[in-house]
Design a protein around this ligand. Structure first.
Ligand code: NAD
Length: 298
């Protein structure tokens, strides 16, 4: 049976993205190290097979949505990895958030094998993944992006060509450093309002129409009960993990060292997320930093 897409990484983001491709009519083979994630994909109409590399070898497009640089490097560059198995002409799309340098290394190895690869990290969270409204930030050749468009358009609604290999990851790194900083600032402001007897919902509504407005406040409010659909209102489950935000802030701080850039707020945000993770919150949504900034019982 022919396969349009081999999709590796069916976690919080990858599962809804892959299911949107299935709904759009593509034949998608989904793979994850966690069997329950694959079962959810199959229950949603996707197909799978025991050997993910057999699926890659049969696919027109391989898409990866993996946690971090090391997972992407091993999935593509490993002895029995994607580059070793993809047939000539297969388009490679990595949607994970990884270091720009790692993205360039993997894309260079793909080119050496005669394959086209783009880095296409996303923004928009799990809600954006489910609603197919993600923003894609693409690095790599323009013809690679043209070939990828029919697939990306079914998973997102804004697609930007940021530049050459790794440029998508560079833009994503800048975006997520700002997001991490904004989330902490938003938590501080809501905490301060509550400590002064202001209702968190009312405070958020007013700031949402004032100069402090931002995505963390308006779309992803970190205070439980303010937004029924935000991770804060479901015990900070699902969403974008603290450890993933910590990874992204680490990428920004490392990159700042190598480019001699000053990121004092990004460094501080990284340290706060590090403490939060060490306190046992690594798997919670990143908006749970709200808890760290309050009294232990709140
Ligand atoms: P996740 O941890 O929920 O999912 C990653 C999945 O990859 C896991 O299910 C894991 O089992 C699987 N995996 C790891 N190695 C694999 C391999 N070799 N083959 C197949 N599957 C493998 O993470 P997520 O929240 O879905 O995030 C994925 C990427 O997207 C990360 O780089 C993250 O930074 C980025 N991102 C996440 C969000 C968000 O809101 N969660 C938003 C934008 C970007």
């Amino acid at each position: 049976m022919s396969t349009d897409v081999a999709f590796l990484g069916l976690g919080n983001m990858g599962l809804p993205m892959a299911l949107n491709l299935v709904r759009a009519g593509f034949s998608v083979s989904g793979h994850d190290l966690v069997p329950a994630n694959v079962e959810r994909f199959v229950a949603g109409g996707g197909k799978t097979e025991t050997d993910s590399m057999k699926a890659v070898a049969a696919a027109e497009v391989a898409i990866t949505m993996l946690p971090a640089s090391r997972h992407v490097e091993s999935a593509y560059l490993g002895d029995n990895g994607i580059l070793a198995n993809a047939k000539t002409g297969t388009l490679l799309i990595d949607c994970s958030t990884i270091a720009p340098d790692a993205a360039r290394r993997v894309a260079a190895a793909a080119v050496e094998r005669g394959l086209t690869m783009i880095d296409a990290p996303v923004s928009g969270g799990t809600a954006g993944a489910a609603a197919a409204t993600l923003t894609f930030m693409v690095g790599g050749p323009a013809d690679g992006l043209s070939k990828a468009r029919p697939y990306l358009e079914k998973m997102g609604k804004a697609i930007f060509h940021a530049g050459d290999r790794g440029a998508g990851q560079t833009v994503k790194m800048c975006n997520n450093m700002l997001l991490g900083i904004q989330m902490i600032g938003t938590c501080e402001a809501i905490r301060l309002g509550i400590a002064n007897g202001i209702d968190a919902k009312l405070l958020s509504e007013i700031i949402g129409k004032s100069s402090g407005r931002n995505w963390a406040l308006e779309v992803y409010n970190p205070c439980p009960g303010v937004m029924p659909n935000a991770p804060a209102s479901r015990g900070y489950g699902g969403g974008f993990g603290v450890d993933l935000m910590l990874k992204d802030l680490g990428l920004a701080v490392e990159n700042a060292l190598s480019t001699n850039s000053s990121v004092p707020m990004g460094s501080l945000a990284r340290s706060l997320y590090d403490l939060h993770s060490k306190g046992g919150a690594g798997a919670l949504d990143f908006s749970s930093i709200f808890k760290m900034l309050g009294a232990p019982d709140k």
